[in-house]
Design a protein around this ligand. Structure first.
Ligand code: NAP
Length: 267
């Protein structure tokens, strides 16, 4: 890390999100000046509006990049990063970036590589926190979760582990150029995961296996078609067993094992 990188702020996009908020906390604990940015922060960054990018990136030494759910034009990205003098990018990608149907994530991987500066790509599995802070929370509040994943297994990862890798990668040159495949340490079906959430929160929670077409029709009443299509693609991959393998990225990056699902819930 150069001296300027050590003194300049670190931009954290997606700063209020499950991973971003933990990255902000980790960098702050490490004594770094952090510039949180999203559509709702004082420094506003909207991936759908490239005119907001230069001010968000201006003068930062490194940036944590969290892609949005929508398809955006990343054409100006490399130019903005270069003009801002950014020296390192850490990207929150996904474990199988191609799995999400029409997802912007692969384009972010390309844009980060094309920026021509040291970069680290994090490819995590599904997060434990989807059940506690994320998309499954509203439905689970009703006591059950209906999904077309069958008994497909997923190695859910603690968002805190992803953030720990991100913080180290933002602060240390030793990860530059790496792509880390990140997963938790155990394979769980959604039924098993929901049972753990129920046990940890003293609630009676049930998993309901859904037929894919029926789930898509019901979801289509509430969600935009592109998002339903993306989720169907992701759930189908889980159902097929495509995700039923463990990765070693947390151990490689941090020299310790990733947290289990139960440990993540307890934290
Ligand atoms: N959840 C999973 O299991 C999982 C697994 C693998 C990879 N991922 C990847 O993780 C990323 C999401 O991370 P997360 O779960 O930590 O975030 P999150 O909890 O979903 O929060 C999204 C964050 O992004 C910001 N944001 C949303 N749209 C934006 C836009 N157009 N411009 C700028 N900021 C925007 C939001 O803030 P504002 O609303 O204030 O803008 C918020 O801070 C996605 O790219 C996804 O592909 C997720």
């Amino acid at each position: 890390m150069t001296t300027t990188q050590q003194t300049r702020p670190v931009l954290v996009t997606g700063a209020g999100g499950k991973v971003g908020r933990r990255v902000v906390a980790g960098l702050t604990a490490a004594g770094r000046t952090v510039r949180p940015a999203s559509r709702s922060t004082p420094v506003r960054l909207d991936w759908e509006d490239a005119s907001t990018w230069p001010a968000a990136f201006a003068g930062v030494g490194a940036a944590f990049v969290v892609p949005p759910e929508t398809i955006v034009d990343l054409g100006p990205f490399a130019d903005v990063v270069e003009k801002a003098g950014v020296e390192r990018l850490v990207l929150l990608s996904a474990r199988h970036p191609e799995q999400g149907g029409e997802s912007i994530v692969p384009a972010f991987e390309e844009a980060v590589a094309a920026a021509g500066i040291p970069a680290v790509v994090l490819r995590p599995s599904w997060f434990v926190q989807n059940f506690t802070e994320g998309m499954f929370v509203p439905e689970l509040a009703g006591g059950s979760l209906t999904l077309p994943v069958g008994d497909g297994a997923e190695p859910f990862i603690d968002a805190a582990d992803i953030a720990a890798v991100a913080v180290d990668a933002l602060l240390s040159a030793r990860h530059d150029g790496r792509t880390y495949e990140l997963s938790g340490p155990e394979l769980l079906t959604f039924e098993q995961a929901i049972a753990l959430v129920g046990a940890a929160t003293s609630r009676d929670l049930a998993f309901v296996a859904a037929d894919t077409a029926a789930w898509a029709e019901a979801a289509g009443a509430e969600l935009p078609p592109a998002l339903v299509e993306q989720l169907v693609s992701l759930f189908t991959a889980i159902r097929r067993g495509d995700n039923a393998h463990l990765d070693t990225g947390v151990q490689e990056a941090l020299g310790r094992a990733p947290r289990t699902f139960a440990e993540a819930l307890a934290r």
